[in-house]
Design a binder for this molecule. Structure first.
Ligand SMILES: CC(C)(COP(=O)(O)OP(=O)(O)OC[C@H]1O[C@@H](n2cnc3c(N)ncnc32)[C@H](O)[C@@H]1OP(=O)(O)O)[C@@H](O)C(=O)NCCC(=O)NCCS
Length: 330
């Protein structure tokens, strides 16, 4: 049976490091509050006019080099982002142009923190069906240009960072690779984490008054998101393993979405997983949304925390609500 696997990965974060102390100079917050509530010590923010596709270019080139492929091999781009370069067209189209591969199909996937997982499962289905052979699966975000960098927005602003991660997913006939995916969405909770404007449901889509009220900045009910994550992620992990006849003992590493260290520590505790089996890098990057899982997975591989043949679980929850997981053999 034709299958697919990740044959190379890359990631890229902007050079500029923004520490918690630096944020403390721009709003009423502190290193102690941020570290205690989220585990984040610093994040990377772009300087100047840099879009999600700009961060994706070096990550994509690194992933292709790691895969021993070139841009000429790519026959599909899937671009997960909640911070596209433009409202439309999608960043996938823009990335294709920047990589110099006009004509290659490209689509954006708008499922926020699970964007990489939705994209990976789509890539897997496209490759298994024979509709694609070599897919660039991109998760990339520039949050910093859309955050309320003031005390009003501090609950959200301190959590988010910019960054991109890319996987090259290609056809494979060995038994390693992408095994199974489980995806969920529940739009009843759409407004617990959202950017309200500009939006088609508003006429006009954006006014000066709306901007004065900060309605173009992300709004979050942090406690509600936290509760959904610690309930839904352990259930998802059990479901994904169970339907594949596996248990947690079979898993070499869980790579969770990096939203909050406390969420991931609680999820690990509920699952009974020791710290050696859970990947964290939120302390360096904050929450890079669609970028978070591929950046963490690539760093785990570079650090030698996963070896060829290991079973790895990816899992995440975020705005939508959306949540999901992928089981793969590295
Ligand atoms: C956001 C989050 C860290 C807040 O932690 P919390 O324990 O729920 O904190 P609260 O919202 O109750 O706020 C506690 C106090 O800290 C204040 N506060 C909020 N942000 C702050 C900041 N950056 N610095 C200092 N104080 C802050 C609040 O105003 C509140 O003050 P009050 O008690 O005087 O009203 C936490 O809810 C969280 O991580 N949720 C999940 C978020 C997430 O994962 N989002 C992304 C999903 S993809």
């Amino acid at each position: 049976m034709r299958r697919s696997r990740i044959v190379g990965m890359g990631h890229f974060v902007p050079e500029r490091v923004v520490t918690n102390d630096e944020l403390g100079q721009q709003m009423e917050t502190s290193d102690e509050w941020i570290v205690q509530r989220s585990g984040i010590r610093e994040r990377r923010w772009v300087e100047g006019n840099v879009g999600a596709s700009d961060l994706a270019v070096p990550a994509a080139l690194q992933a292709l080099a790691e895969a021993g492929r070139t841009v000429a091999d790519v026959d599909l781009i899937l671009f997960a982002t909640l911070s596209p370069d433009l409202n439309f067209p999608g960043s996938g189209c823009i990335l294709g142009a920047k990589l110099g591969i006009p004509g290659v199909p490209a689509m954006d996937i708008r499922t926020q923190c699970t964007g990489f997982l939705y994209s990976l499962s789509t890539a897997d289905a496209m490759v298994r069906s024979g509709m694609a052979n070599c897919v660039l699966v991109v998760g990339s975000e520039v949050h910093s240009s859309g955050l309320d960098i003031s005390t009003r927005g501090r609950d959200v602003t301190v959590l988010f960072g910019d960054g991109a991660g890319v996987a090259v997913v290609a056809a494979s006939d060995d038994t390693s690779g992408l095994i199974d995916h489980e995806l969920h969405a529940d739009g009843r909770y759409a407004e617990i984490l959202m950017v309200e404007a500009p939006a088609s449901r508003l006429t006009p889509r954006l006014t000066k008054e709306m901007m004065d009220e900060g309605r173009h900045f992300p709004k979050m009910d942090g406690k509600a998101v936290f509760k959904h994550a610690v309930e839904k992620l352990p259930a998802l992990v059990h479901s994904l393993l169970g339907r594949n006849g596996l248990t947690l003992a079979d898993i070499a590493l869980l790579v969770p979405h990096q939203a909050n260290m406390r969420i991931n520590e609680l999820v690990a505790r509920h699952l009974g997983l020791g710290p050696e089996k859970v990947m964290h890098n939120i302390q360096k990057y904050g929450n890079t949304t669609a970028g978070s899982i591929p950046i963490a997975l690539h760093e785990a591989a570079l650090e030698g925390r996963i070896q060829k043949g290991d079973l790895v679980l990816l899992a995440g929850l975020g705005a939508g609500l959306t949540w999901g997981g992928t089981l793969l053999r590295w």
